[in-house]
Design a protein around this ligand. Structure first.
Ligand code: GLC
Length: 553
């Protein structure tokens, strides 16, 4: 059995502060806004909050471009507000996990301001600078946000590397001084009492730009191990923290390398295989195809069964992804059923579940009519690039409706009042007009809401260790519409079964013959259970968890 750790038993909630709750009426969410909602998290039962970056930033990429790791972004408040949030959360037994962007800084970070001044500046080597080749970029490396990853800098006649926007220059991790300065940042935040880090695109820090290697460079694991020794291994100091790496290109071997305890690197990693199955291989994320459920099952089950030396993360949504009910589910007639089905499927599996703000009320994607209503740099750059390449506007907008990161970034819907109760003034990004029907206030009042379903799943995980440490045993693996598996832990046995589509199905399950076992429904997304002896009828998107007890003769 896997070793017991708090973060394996926890449910973690991700906050995108800009869109969460605006306490001071400037249209932008803030830290005080998070503190105001701590009792909501207590009620929901989550153990830790991961905050997307709150540090000083010119906001070219909404805080993922940091200009001061030791200070708070003006729109979000002050360091005092942050200290207060950590303290108030602690009082409620909730841990704070900080998002750390160590692959790059903002071009407005003092290190870069110095670095670009001259070739012999002492910070020159903090970043990746190269001479032009034949008067052009050093090579063909592309930026994730469109165009070249190299930006020419007039002052010194060299190019610097930016895998993301040109305002996010990449740090040079080969430079030991960079690594020392990063370790100091970790120490600073640990001293403040935070209990974990989510490490932004950490897989990129070992890059070898001259060989066009970005992720999984040869020194990557040495660098992470070094950070472990300098900060992440806080067990010895009594600070038992969690570390979660964002690793888009991790396969099972790579994930094992990061997370097998003996390697002393990270607690777990986010890998994105399951949420990228609507993308065409070798093409941009915008070029989508319909989901094949068998492929999804294959991927989910593979990670459950084969990633056994390390620990899994479990998630559908985050601030870079579309909303799961719109992405793989049904966000119209069966929005409530399908949102609950995704929650059941995920929370029943082995790993640490992450809930992204709004997912717990079944928030959906957004469709703004005009590109000027979008704010995400990735979306805007793609729009511009594809317009220049001659794409039709309708086609570009279609992919934006499916994949834009702004789908997950529209403000949190708290009430049916103005702006969904997010702000009293103009929100920085439009609120989804469906806030009148989909909001926390109305879901709190409705026992059958998506929100109450999440609360039940979270508490079930607390009560039944089978969902944390139990074996995972898939069944009906070839069924094209049903996802089903057992979790087994000692004498405890649970069946999780989900109808992924809108068609009625009747399923034969051996355990339901009523002779040797008692079957008890623990949770369902329909109010009236439809179990009959011998077979299970599943209505559209119906999902349930059953406890199977052997009858001792
Ligand atoms: C990660 C973040 C994303 C950001 C990028 C660059 O993928 O999740 O929001 O744009 O890194 O920091």
């Amino acid at each position: 059995m896997s070793e017991r750790r708090w973060w394996k038993e926890a449910v973690i909630y991700q906050i995108y502060p800009r869109s969460f709750n605006d306490s001071d009426g400037d249209g932008i969410g803030d830290i005080k806004g998070v503190t105001e909602k701590l009792d909501y998290f207590k009620w929901l039962g989550v153990d830790a909050l991961w905050l997307s970056p709150v540090y000083k930033s010119p906001n070219d990429d909404n805080g993922y471009d940091i200009s001061d790791y030791y200070d708070i972004m003006d729109e979000f408040g002050t360091m005092e507000d942050m200290d207060n949030l950590i303290a108030e959360a602690k009082k409620r037994g909730i841990k704070i996990i900080m998002d750390m962007v160590f692959n790059h800084t903002s071009d407005e970070h003092p290190w870069f301001i110095e670095s670009r001044k001259s070739k012999n500046n002492k910070y020159r080597d903090y970043y990746v600078w190269r001479d032009p080749v034949d008067g052009k970029e050093p090579n063909d490396m592309g930026s994730v946000f469109s165009g070249s990853a190299w930006q020419f800098d007039e002052k010194t006649g060299q190019y610097y590397l930016h895998v993301f926007s040109k305002k996010q220059p990449d740090l040079n991790w080969e430079n030991e001084k960079v690594r020392k300065d990063i370790a100091k940042i970790v120490e600073f935040w640990l001293d403040k009492g935070v209990e974990g880090f989510r490490l932004d695109v950490i897989e990129n820090i070992g890059k070898i730009p001259d060989d066009m290697i970005v992720a999984n460079g040869p020194k990557l694991h040495d660098y992470i191990h070094e950070l472990y020794e300098k900060g992440f291994d806080s067990l010895g100091t009594g600070k038992d923290i969690v570390t979660i790496g964002e690793c888009w290109s991790a396969n099972i071997d790579i994930a094992t390398q990061y997370t097998a305890p003996e390697n002393e690197e990270l607690s777990m990693v986010f890998q994105f295989e399951h949420v990228s199955l609507d993308e065409q291989k070798g093409k941009a994320k915008w070029d989508t195809k319909p989901l094949d459920l068998l492929e999804l099952k294959n991927v989910l089950f593979k990670w459950q069964l084969e990633h056994t030396k390390g620990w899994n993360t479990l998630f559908w949504d985050n601030h870079d992804l579309p909303r799961i009910v719109s992405h793989y589910g049904n966000d119209t007639t069966y929005r409530v059923e399908s949102a609950k089905m995704f929650a059941t499927l995920l929370h029943g599996m082995k790993g640490t579940p992450f809930i992204y703000q709004g997912e717990e009320i079944g928030m959906t994607n957004i469709k703004f009519d005009d590109i000027s209503d979008y704010r995400d740099i990735e979306t805007l750059n793609m729009y511009k690039e594809r317009m220049e390449q001659g794409y039709e506007v309708e086609d570009i907008m279609k992919s934006i409706y499916i994949k834009s990161r702004d789908n997950g970034r529209t403000p949190m819907q708290w009430t049916s009042g103005k702006n969904g109760g997010f702000t009293t003034s103009n929100p920085w990004l439009g609120v989804n007009p469906n806030y009148r029907d989909i909001n926390v206030e109305s879901e709190l009042a409705d026992e059958n809401s998506v929100l109450h379903h999440y609360k039940k799943l979270i508490s079930l995980r607390k009560e039944e260790k089978a969902f944390v440490y139990g074996d995972f045993r898939p069944i009906l693996v070839d069924d094209k519409e049903i996802v089903a598996y057992y979790r087994v832990y000692g004498k405890d046995k649970f069946l999780v079964i989900c109808n992924f589509y809108g068609r009625d199905r009747i399923i034969e399950i051996a355990d339901f013959d009523g002779t040797n076992v008692n079957v008890t429904e623990i949770i369902s997304n329909y109010c009236d259970s439809s179990t009959e002896l011998g077979k299970l009828k599943l209505r559209p998107y119906e999902s349930a968890i059953y406890k199977i007890d052997s009858i001792v003769q």
